[in-house]
Design a binder for this molecule. Structure first.
Ligand code: TMP
Length: 219
């Protein structure tokens, strides 16, 4: 099987990072070459951009278009430096967020022009789409409360008003409705184990599909 890009998406506190970790451990224990990464922040440059994007500053306002461009810059660098070489090496890449985040957050959340976003996404990715996206669907209040409960300090985007987060959630809902084959909705309100079980089931089915390829896994 050739390399695959598998993305995890959702609103703040949806649980994607811990689900990715469980998924990583599961794939590794099946001897599947797998790596975990994220946007923003999957390269050294990306880490700087992540800090600029997410740190709370009182005196430095980031305009919404600048925000969009910084996410695009992170993505371009990440794809060129990390994603493309690892796909070419046949790895399964589990990526925390990808272009649907930009559509949901900058498009729906910030109300930026969708044509502009699509254009930039296409420049940043060179047309590279994810093979599969898991959308962990939780209510925005539940997600934000989880973050609060974990004692996490809210970053620049998490601290946005609740209406912003609701618009982001509407974005994911619209995206999942219009991309039913590539975006898999998982009920993020289930227990951690149940969510993971669903993810593994979907992946097993997909890997069986990919098995047509002579280098298929799980044979
Ligand atoms: P996270 O890695 O903890 O999910 O944080 C990343 C934050 O950046 C999160 O608030 C979503 C936001 N984001 C965007 O607004 N647009 C994007 O294109 C991406 C990748 C992330």
């Amino acid at each position: 099987m050739s390399g695959k890009l598998i993305v995890f998406e959702g609103v703040e506190g949806c649980g994607k990072t811990s689900q990715m970790q469980l998924c990583y451990e599961w794939l590794q224990s099946s001897n599947i070459p797998v790596i975990v990464t994220r946007q923003p922040g999957g390269t050294e440059l990306g880490l700087h951009l992540r800090r600029l994007l997410l740190e709370k500053t009182d005196n430095q306002k980031i305009s919404v278009r600048t925000e969009l461009l910084l996410y695009a810059a992170d993505r371009y660098q990440h794809i060129e430096q990390f994603i493309q070489p690892n796909l070419a090496a046949g790895k399964i890449i589990l990526c925390d967020r990808y272009i649907f985040s930009t559509i949901a957050y900058q498009g729906y959340g910030r109300s930026l022009d969708m044509d502009l976003i699509n254009q930039l996404n296409s420049i940043a990715t060179g047309g590279l789409a994810s093979d599969l996206t898991f959308w962990l669907d939780v209510d925005v209040e539940v997600g934000l409360n989880r973050k609060r409960g974990d004692g996490d300090k809210f970053d620049r985007i998490e601290q946005e008003k609740i209406d912003f987060h609701r618009r982001v959630q509407q974005g994911y809902t619209a995206l999942a409705t219009s991309n039913p084959d590539t975006i898999i909705r998982i009920d993020g309100n289930l227990t951690k184990q149940a969510v993971q079980q669903e993810i593994q089931q979907v992946l097993e089915d997909r890997f069986t599909l990919y098995r047509d390829n002579p280098c298929g896994y799980l044979e």
